[in-house]
Design a protein around this ligand. Structure first.
Ligand code: ADP
Ligand code: ASP
Ligand code: MG
Length: 401
């Protein structure tokens, strides 16, 4: 007998028919003699719809009330899924995040899981119940409900698998696994059999939403093997693990991220300590800076350009204005940009990955604005309007030519 954690995303439980389909996957697993803990997201677009409702009333709602609202989406889906499992004749109980023992930090909207008190989960499993847990949520030290950030149910599932030392952690979604590019956007994207935690973490961070990046971080930390697979088609998915088969691939995937703002600060003094001052100010505001470019100094002046996520752009600009005595015309923010990346452990030992990527962009007349690299990824910043074309061109270069 094994303990299996199964997570189902919003599209997998979008309507009654899908809920019944998921219930049959769960009850099949249970009837094969396994203990089953299920983590479920809000149905379909429920979370987006709730956010829209909030903004109809208040364009600056407090994060606490936002979490109070958003956690309700998952409350609906656990109850409905439990009812579907009851109908199929298996013992089941649904639990909200706090009932399942999820203690989080206080940061509403982006809380981190601190501990999972597993007593209740274990007691329900001892009673041979299938346990259906609301993903994406927990409770903080003030006894308030919190959410883990968009896509956070993946993290809830991996955290439960780690806390209960589960034998398997399966993330069911609306595609058959992790592909070399978003299979909904890129023709001929290839399903990967396996991928390493490090590669998956880069893909997730750089825009492949199929897994939430914090869930991959957690899987790596606690060495939880994760299978990503389809809830609609019963075929093997992709295994995310420490060491993965290379499948003769130089790169594992191509991603697009449009949640990027490029901020340029021009005509700042070319003296020591300027970059330190600027980026420490952003760090104090907890703003993550991604690609950084600094021009060569001229006439005692220089320019610094960097990228942040779109929702951090205004805070970043305010912080810069407060740090330096500069005119408005010397700060330019552009949100019509996209970051295209290739990721793969194979590129470490194969020179020429960057030139292949740049050639594909050049051949399609796409201009590169900024470049950043690490051992296992290359990212370029381009105009947003070219993003989909760029992903297809780069994907073709690595996987078809
Ligand atoms: P869920 O609701 O199950 O959490 P998500 O919408 O969060 O599902 O993630 C699944 C989606 O991720 C897919 O429908 C697909 O369009 C998208 N996606 C983006 N990049 C990739 C990729 N490299 N491999 C697989 N899916 C991807
Ligand atoms: N329902 C939440 C969201 O839409 C959590 C999740 O789907 O994982 O972000
Ligand atoms: Mg998701």
């Amino acid at each position: 007998m094994s303990l299996i954690v199964q997570k189902f995303g919003g599209s997998s439980v979008a309507n009654a028919e899908r809920v019944m389909n998921v219930a049959s996957i769960i009850t099949d697993t249970y009837r094969q003699g396994n203990d089953v803990v299920v983590v479920v997201s809000a149905q379909g677009d429920t979370t987006d719809d709730l956010i829209e409702k909030a903004y109809e009333i208040n364009d600056k709602p407090s994060k606490r009330e936002m979490d109070m609202l958003l956690t309700s989406g998952e409350q609906i889906s656990i109850a409905l899924l439990a009812m579907a499992i009851e109908k199929l004749g298996c013992p089941v109980i649904s639990l909200l995040g706090w009932q399942a023992g999820f203690n989080t930090s206080s940061a509403y909207g982006q809380a981190r899981i601190k501990t999972i008190k597993t007593d209740r989960l274990k007691a329900e499993l001892d009673h041979h119940n299938i346990v259906v847990v609301a993903g994406f949520q927990g409770i903080n030290k003030y006894d308030d409900l919190t959410t883990l950030g968009r896509g956070g149910s993946d993290t809830s599932a991996v955290a439960i698998a780690a806390a209960l030392h589960a034998d398997r952690c399966q993330i069911f979604t609306d595609v058959e696994g992790v592909f070399t590019a978003d299979p909904r956007k890129v023709e001929n994207a290839i399903k990967l059999q396996e991928i390493t935690y490090d590669e998956m973490l880069e893909l997730a961070t750089l825009g492949a939403q199929v897994l939430n990046n914090r869930s991959v971080e957690m899987a790596k930390k606690y060495n939880v093997e994760v299978e990503v697979l389809s809830s609609l088609k019963r075929v093997p998915g992709t295994i995310v693990k420490e060491v993965a088969k290379m499948e003769k691939m130089l790169v594992r995937g191509v991603t697009k991220d449009t949640d990027v703002a490029r901020i340029s600060v021009t005509n700042i003094s070319n003296t020591p300590g300027i970059a330190f001052k600027l980026f420490s100010k952003l760090a104090q505001k907890k703003i993550n800076v991604d690609i950084i470019l600094q021009s060569i100094g001229r006439d005692g002046k220089k320019d610094i350009t960097f990228t942040v996520s779109k929702d951090n752009a205004d805070t970043a600009i305010d912080a810069i204005k407060n740090t330096f005595d500069i005119e408005d015309k010397d700060i330019v923010c552009d949100t019509n940009v996209a970051k295209i990346s290739v990721v793969g452990a194979g590129m470490e030992s194969h020179p020429g990955t960057a030139s292949k990527m740049f050639e594909a962009l050049f051949e399609n007349d796409i201009n590169i604005d900024m470049i950043s690299t690490s051992e296992i990824k290359i990212s370029v910043l381009i105009e947003a309007k070219d993003a989909d074309r760029a992903v297809s061109a780069v994907h073709r270069a690595f996987f078809q030519d």
